[in-house]
Design a protein around this ligand. Structure first.
Ligand code: IMP
Ligand code: MG
Length: 183
């Protein structure tokens, strides 16, 4: 997606927060760290759809290890006017994880409820270890005890789009991370 086309095609203006060079440099660093931390292992990366996909596609090409790839999907819904969202995990994890080293790969950790809900399910399968990898962490938004071992960037509480992250399913294809400007 070309930078200049964004407004022409009716997408809302945004403020650039992380450009593609900055993101790609950081993903390279994360990949090298994971490669060294999981030396002699065959980790299972589990991508949390859909927000993980751009980040995960780049990250896995920086992991110089044998690895496996699986996906789960997660969606959160607000029931009526209740303040908390219900997290619905789709698909389930299709392979046995007993004794495996699991890396759960997210696009953004906000309240932390999505990743903790998935981790609770994964833990029941008795993996050797489980860690979270996320492109963006929003530590001030956490509403649950969540420890993110591998993070690309920490941001504040802005809602961000691009690089896989959406606003009403759009903007995932932008090759950078931005913040939508309110009209
Ligand atoms: P959590 O369960 O509150 O941590 O939220 C995780 C999910 O909310 C993510 O997987 C996203 O789908 C969505 N989300 C939270 N913050 C953002 C954001 O800033 N941009 C886009 N999606 C977000
Ligand atoms: Mg979303």
């Amino acid at each position: 997606m070309d930078f200049d086309r964004i407004e022409q095609i009716g997408l809302r203006p945004f403020e650039l927060l992380l450009d593609r060079e900055k993101i790609s440099g950081r993903i390279g660093e994360l990949g090298r760290r994971i490669t060294s931390d999981y030396n002699n292992q065959t980790p299972v990366l589990i991508g949390v759809l859909k927000g993980c996909i751009v980040f995960l596609a780049d990250l896995m090409r920086h992991i110089q290890l044998p690895m496996e790839l699986e996906f789960v999907s997660a969606a959160s819904y607000r029931k009526g006017s209740t303040p908390t969202e219900e997290i619905v995990i789709g698909g389930g994890v299709p392979i046995p994880l007993e004794g495996r080293h699991v890396l759960l790969v997210e696009g953004v950790v906000d309240s932390g409820r999505t990743v903790t809900t998935i981790i609770d399910k994964v833990q029941k399968m008795k993996p050797a270890s489980v860690e979270i990898v996320t492109l963006i962490d929003k530590p001030t938004c956490h509403r649950t005890e969540v420890s993110v071992k591998y993070k690309g960037f920490s941001l504040g509480n802005d809602f961000v789009i691009g690089f896989g992250l959406d606003n009403t399913q759009k903007y995932r294809n932008l090759p950078f991370v931005g913040r939508l400007i309110e009209p």
